[in-house]
Design a protein around this ligand. Structure first.
Ligand SMILES: *Cc1c(COP(=O)(O)O)cnc(C)c1O
Length: 394
């Protein structure tokens, strides 16, 4: 199961990894294998496919490619959704243990952990992940109360949608010194921008739904680790809990992954250009983007990451202005989710699960691959409409 291609650059791996073997007349792309079961002409042995809840040939090339991209020594594991992958990752916490999460982690991840905590599975502690001292203090307090191996540190950096940047290696080293397992949600960065396993993280999580698949047409998740014991446990969770991906979805995700490098380059370049222009816009109170020199996460992001991502968050004067912006865009799509070729706007606090410490008038921009001038023109006109007089107003 060891992965090939260790020396290729990530943008090459997106294209070259996960191909069928080079055999005469073999297809260059993976077929979609629609089957529930496999011929068994002898007694089953370890590694046999047996039944399609456990294994599907269409998963393998995607898992190989994502494992190689994250610089893992083992293939990734694909799940039915990002949250399906999160549930498997959280299952690594022993009953009665604890997890430390960013208070601004993806709302679904916090809701899931909160739900499990309410059932008494483990304790959930939330922290400001950008405040390294606070995270270390929380970890120390837990180490005093829990045995080694009972605690998990959950990283998400930058956070969704506040774009706070954590010190990944510092926190990971400290957590390991205390015997904790470290999971990093790398959905925002993608392996083009950062590879958390290189920073010592144990398990990387992806909502493949977002940048990796990249076309807003498939819901999928993945976990990546180089630890064979952890991978076995995550694989067992996937097979037993049954949160498996359909082969067509995985095929679409691999097809999307082939253009990840190009899409990320374009989205990041446009996001940076928009962020710089938004800073000077009279209707915008605050811009959050780690690529801005003025952003609190800028130095850390520049030191750790190979880019600043394709998400920009802006704060407007009030909820009415933010809602008016979302209503006034014509090219940008008013929709949740992110990471697709099409640009999306959303006032995040519209979602009931969003933490209340996310400002109510914060609008998250997911920057796609359209022409940057067209995106700016639409955003600018919508901001002017939003900031101008409204129906029933003055
Ligand atoms: C969307 C998202 C998830 C959840 O993934 P799904 O595929 O929607 O289940 C997890 N983490 C982050 C950062 C996300 O943006």
């Amino acid at each position: 199961m060891a992965l090939e291609h260790p020396d290729l650059a990530p943008d090459t791996l997106t294209v070259a990894a996960g191909r069928p073997p080079r055999e005469h007349d073999a297809p260059v792309n993976v077929p979609i294998v629609l089957t529930t079961t496999y011929h068994e002409t002898r007694a089953p042995e370890a590694g046999d496919r047996i039944y399609a809840r456990g294994s599907n040939p269409t998963w393998d090339p995607f898992e190989e490619a994502l494992g190689a991209l994250e610089n893992a020594t083992l293939p990734a594991l694909v799940f039915a959704s990002g949250l399906g992958a999160a549930a498997a990752a959280l299952s690594l916490i022993p009953t009665g243990g604890a997890v430390v999460m960013p208070r601004h982690a993806y709302a679904g991840s916090i809701s899931l952990a909160g739900d499990l905590a309410a059932q008494g599975r483990f304790e959930l502690r939330t922290v400001d992940i950008a405040d390294t001292d606070a995270v270390l203090a929380e970890l120390e307090a837990l180490t005093a109360r829990f045995d080694a191996g009972q605690v998990m540190l959950w990283l998400e950096s930058p956070t969704n949608p506040m774009l706070e940047v954590a010190e990944l290696s510092v926190l990971t080293d400290a957590a390991h010194a205390m015997g904790a397992v470290v999971v990093a949600d790398n959905t925002f960065n993608t392996p083009m921008v950062h590879r958390p396993l290189d920073a010592g993280v144990d398990v990387v999580l992806h909502s493949v739904t977002k940048w990796l698949a990249g076309h807003s047409d498939v819901v999928l998740g993945a976990l990546v680790t180089s630890d064979a014991t952890l991978r076995d446990r995550l694989l067992a969770h996937r097979t037993l809990h049954g949160a498996i991906a359909g082969p067509f979805e995985v095929w679409l995700a691999l097809r999307g992954l082939r253009t990840l490098a190009l899409r990320m380059d374009r989205s990041q370049a446009t996001a940076a250009a928009l962020a710089h222009r938004l800073v000077d816009h009279p209707a915008v109170r605050r811009v959050r983007y780690p690529g801005l020199a003025s952003d609190p996460g800028h130095e850390r992001a520049a030191a750790q990451f190979n880019g600043f991502g394709g998400i920009v968050s802006i704060e407007l004067d009030d909820v009415a202005t933010a809602d008016a912006l979302v209503a006034a865009v014509r090219l940008w799509l008013p929709a949740t989710s992110l990471g697709g070729v099409e640009s999306l706007v959303e006032r995040r606090r519209r979602q009931p699960a969003e933490p209340t410490t996310v400002p109510e008038a914060l609008v998250r921009l997911s920057v796609g691959i359209e022409n940057p001038d067209d995106l700016w023109a639409d955003l600018d006109q919508a901001l002017r409409v939003a900031a101008g007089p409204r129906d029933g107003g003055l």
